[in-house]
Design a protein around this ligand. Sequence first.
Ligand code: ZN
Length: 253
Amino acid sequence: MKMPALFVGHGAPMNAVEDNEFARKWLALGRDLPRPKAILCVSGHWVEHGVCATSSAHPSTYHDFYGFPPDYYALRYPAPGDPALAARLSEVLATPVRQDGERGLDHGVWAVLCRMYPEADVPVVQLGLDADRPLSAHYELARHLDPLRDEGILVMGSGNIVHNLSMFRLGNAAPAEWAVRFDAKVRALVAEDDVERLANPGALGDDARLSVPTAEHYVPLLYALAVRRPDDTLTFFNESVSSTVSMTSFLLQ
Ligand code: ZN
């Protein structure tokens, strides 16, 4: 049986703690999706030169954020790693994958997974984003991950379609008009599976320039799309823009 693939808008670390609509949806996903043997996740928070993967049998919880209450730094997500899966990635991806036994899971990964799989009993490998690849090359690389779906592995990208923190306003700030437009544009292109245009957001106009000021939170959606199959059903969820961050997510199954 093929596993689904996911792109999740992760937003701020409080989604790991607060009871909100996003967290409730993540919880429902963990309950409703077929249980994976392992999870392979990319997040917008690990960008390196070259391709790398967490290879520890017990990856630590990486608190890669600043200025939050002390409680946040006490959060742990003790899911096991899967060193065997990490070791296979060079072969699967047909490119050298550096094994990183020190790196822990960042909050782009654990803030979502602590809701989906609160027991922390599904092994997780995080794949880093290679800073030296153009976006289209990320898509081509990630296409190699497709067979993992038949092995019961959940392929997941975690980022945000719109992610502009320099213009972000806290509280109940109204969504920026350009953010809403760009989010809708990307949703339409995902629905059409127009990967060529999605892999070149710079050509999508001024809204894109503001919505994707840097690529790292945008790229993870290409990893989910890269393993899309013709018989998959596409479902959007958490379609919401808060100020200048979009939580829009999608499931392929
Ligand atoms: Zn983030």
